[in-house]
Design a protein around this ligand. Structure first.
Ligand SMILES: [Zn+2]
Ligand SMILES: [Zn+2]
Length: 251
């Protein structure tokens, strides 16, 4: 596979995602760009992004041409929505083959993502949707098949799992530090939602107090290196459904 931007051969590197899974991505040693499978950037810690972007490119000539997807050859437009600041450039394949980050852009994207969440927290402004910070997840319902290992779903019974998956997407886990984790998910219909810990902590937190379809909660003051289990309570029209158990671990 060749680099979308400079067309030199890409090398494959292995990285650890924020939930401890191993994934691979493509790196261009010539221009220092990185090609990631869709959504993978959402699952990286800032530290991992920093390490990935520390590659020293052979060529420092910055290309200004629109990259072409390594898989389908289509021009990759840059992402223009709220998830990517104007000073950061991320290209995406129109056929969802992946996202291309020119040199340093992956780290800058992760830094901006984190800053935005801190800003909202600091000022007490609710983030309207997870899509304001996460790379566009257009086909979020196919995440289960795209990244099966990332979504650690511990199911208590087949019946509950089917019921929950019919009304919601699997939660996306975005660790921000060893003590803070962002959990986001969408429901097919507007719902009030809450999160109840079943292991690691014993409390229930309101995720969305009013009925909506995009849900985001920032969990803070967690213990580093700890396994947490939780269930989500999805309330559509006053009929709450409790999901099966989900897990995440802090780094
Ligand atoms: Zn390149
Ligand atoms: Zn493509």
């Amino acid at each position: 596979m060749d680099c979308p931007q400079c067309h030199r051969p890409l090398s494959t590197i292995e990285i650890e995602t924020s939930d401890g899974q191993i994934h691979s991505l493509s790196e261009c040693l010539n221009c220092g760009g990185h090609l990631l499978e869709p959504y993978l950037a959402n699952f990286l810690t800032l530290e991992t992004a920093r390490n990935i972007d520390s590659v020293l490119p052979k060529s420092h000539a910055l290309s200004t041409s629109t990259p072409n997807c390594s898989k389908c050859g289509q021009p990759m437009p840059s992402i223009k929505d709220d998830s990517v600041p104007q000073t950061v450039t991320v290209f995406t394949c129109p056929n969802h083959h992946g996202d291309f980050f020119p040199k340093d852009q992956l780290f800058l994207f992760k830094e901006a993502q984190q800053s935005k969440i801190y800003f909202h927290k600091l000022w007490g402004i609710p983030l309207r949707s997870a899509f304001a910070v996460l790379l566009p997840v257009l086909v979020i319902f196919s995440l289960v098949t795209l990244l099966p290992s990332i979504l650690q779903q511990v199911t208590s019974s087949q019946e509950t799992r089917i019921k929950a998956s019919e009304i919601m997407t699997p939660p996306l886990i975005t660790p921000l530090s060893s003590t803070q984790v962002l959990i986001s998910f969408s429901t097919q219909r507007p719902a009030k939602t809450s999160l109840r810990f079943t292991e690691g902590l014993s409390k229930t937190l309101v995720v969305s107090a009013s009925a909506q379809t995009n849900h985001l909660i920032s969990l803070e003051e967690l213990s580093p290196g700890t396994l947490y289990k939780y269930v989500l309570i999805i309330d559509i029209n006053g009929r709450p459904v409790t999901t099966s158990e989900y897990t995440f671990s802090t780094p």
